[in-house]
Design a protein around this ligand. Structure first.
Ligand SMILES: [Zn+2]
Length: 238
């Protein structure tokens, strides 16, 4: 295995490519989450405006119902007042006056309620208008953020294609058996298959390697594995 060092160097390059690819892929997958959260934020606003509009509808209905009640009572008051001149007894007269008085009292209460309604209507309309402004600001921000994100996605995808091509071309220089081994180690450790050794420490698991192994590594003529994490280890000059 005279060219073991050369082979390891190529594997190091492959691993770098794989690490970068994974990084790009995880960024790309976080993008859809980000986009979803934008949409959720917008929807929340939309729902809030819908809720306030239905509140406003309710208030307007309440106002109109008080208003029609007041109109009806006014008609009744008018009629009763008309009858006042025709009544024959004082008792009837007093009864009519009392009826008119009660209708007026009722109307005054309704008018108070109507004023409260108007205040609430005013406040709700203002809130809706503020929320609509905030919504359109948010919508603009979301759409420009989305544009930036989509550009990043494009770049990421392009980068992945490049990395894949690089990986293919570089991996063809590794002996198939070694490449297979490298892949298997990566699957077993569920991560990077290669770990550099600096100052006799495995960078994969941070343990000190036995001294005789360190000598083997410096000779670079055999494939060595970390006795602790089982990664392929290689000597890196520090
Ligand atoms: Zn290790």
């Amino acid at each position: 295995m005279a060219n073991m060092k050369e082979q390891i160097d190529i594997l190091v390059k492959l691993q770098k490519i794989e690490i970068e690819s994974d990084d790009v892929k995880s960024k790309l997958s976080s993008v859809s989450e980000k986009l979803d959260s934008f949409d959720a934020e917008l929807k929340e606003f939309e729902q809030s405006v819908i809720d306030k509009k239905s509140l406003l509808d309710g208030l307007n209905k309440k106002y109109r119902s008080y208003d029609s009640e007041v109109q009806t009572n006014l008609d009744m008051i008018k009629k009763s007042q008309g009858r006042l001149v025709a009544v024959k007894t004082n008792r009837e007269y007093q009864a009519l006056l009392k009826e008119i008085e009660e209708l007026k009292k009722k109307n005054s209460q309704s008018e108070d309620e109507m004023l409260l309604c108007l205040d609430s209507i005013d406040e709700t309309e203002k809130n809706i208008s503020v929320e609509k402004d905030e919504y359109s600001t948010l919508k603009e921000k979301v759409s420009s953020d989305k544009e930036i994100i989509m550009r990043e996605v494009e770049h990421g995808k392009e980068r992945l294609v490049k990395l894949k091509a690089e990986w293919s071309s570089i991996s063809s220089k590794v002996k198939p058996e070694l490449l297979k081994r490298y892949t298997m180690v990566g699957q077993r450790v569920k991560g990077t298959a290669l770990a550099s050794v600096k100052k006799s420490v495995c960078s994969g698991c941070n343990i000190n390697l036995p001294p005789q192994m360190y000598n083997e590594l410096q000779r670079c003529d055999s494939l060595e594995f970390c006795p602790n994490c089982q990664r392929i280890v290689y000597w890196e000059q520090s």
